[in-house]
Design a protein around this ligand. Structure first.
Ligand code: PLP
Length: 257
């Protein structure tokens, strides 16, 4: 059995965060584990409360997982604060996992801060250099680079800049541009463009979480990086196509169809 770990926030509504990650791992036949960074009170309508877990407890969860079960791949999502980021970075340095997928989660679709603005530099300085692949959406890529991104060429330029921050590779997700859903993957040497048809649905809650945990699941299964990204793109496209019209707001991606 392959093992994957998510280090992320809890979404009580089950659509994003830890819950989406573990469903994604299960759908790939990978055993899922979690280090919870923050608890959000949330549903399809939005986030109504956030309470962070202490950095000490984040460290202890990492210790518990790495000293016994040791994951084949790690996905990092909502990290919330500078203190939590420091604890995660220390744990990654101590235990040394190589397959680390970083989804630089910043703001929820409803506008709640999932990363405190003052923690942005800690994310850049401490977590990006420890990651095998970083998966920003356009807004996150803009925040990381200071650019305004409007075209695929802008996406490639942002990818170069994010590699300049110390990431080994990056996927800039263009789902928020118009036309086909184009993602740009760059490993510092070569660009790959990965496209899929655009799916028209409002139910896209948890797409970023699902995509990054699908990359981690495929890495855990032993696929190489570009193959893992392509397979994750196919998976997220299916998960959006089959997304669920539940609740009263933005429904979640579907992991089993
Ligand atoms: N809540 C948590 C705990 C998350 O980790 C994320 C992840 O990106 C979100 C919410 C964002 O969800 P949405 O896809 O609705 O922006």
């Amino acid at each position: 059995m392959k093992l994957a770990l998510t280090i992320a926030g809890s979404d009580s509504g089950g659509g994003a965060g830890i819950q989406a990650d573990i469903k994604t791992f299960s759908a790939h036949g990978v055993f899922g584990m979690s280090v919870i960074t923050s608890v959000t009170a949330q549903n399809t309508r939005g986030v109504i409360g956030i309470e962070d877990i202490s950095p000490e407890m984040v460290s202890l969860q990492m210790q518990a997982v790495f000293e016994d079960l040791y994951p084949d791949a790690v996905k990092i999502g909502m990290v919330s604060s500078g203190g939590i980021i420091g604890a995660i970075a220390d744990g990654l340095k101590k235990y040394g996992p190589r397959k680390v997928v970083l989804d630089p989660v910043m703001i929820s679709k409803g506008g709640s801060y999932l990363l405190k603005p003052e923690a942005m530099n800690a994310l850049k300085d401490k977590l990006i250099p420890l990651s095998l692949v970083v998966t920003p959406n356009l807004m996150e890529a803009e925040a990381l680079t200071g650019m305004v991104i409007k075209t695929p060429e802008d996406m490639r330029e942002a990818a170069r800049k994010i590699i300049g921050l110390g990431a080994k590779s990056v996927v800039v997700k263009g789902g928020h541009l118009t036309g086909d859903a184009l993602d740009v993957f760059y490993d510092g040497h070569k660009f790959y463009e990965i496209t899929s048809e655009r799916v028209n649905t409002r139910n896209t809650h948890g797409t970023g979480c699902t995509f990054s945990s699908a990359i981690a699941a495929n890495l855990a299964l032993g696929y190489d990086l570009i193959e893992s990204v392509k397979r994750a793109k196919d998976y997220i496209t299916g998960a959006i196509k089959n997304s669920l019209d539940i609740g009263h707001g933005v429904g979640p991606t579907n992991h089993f169809w």
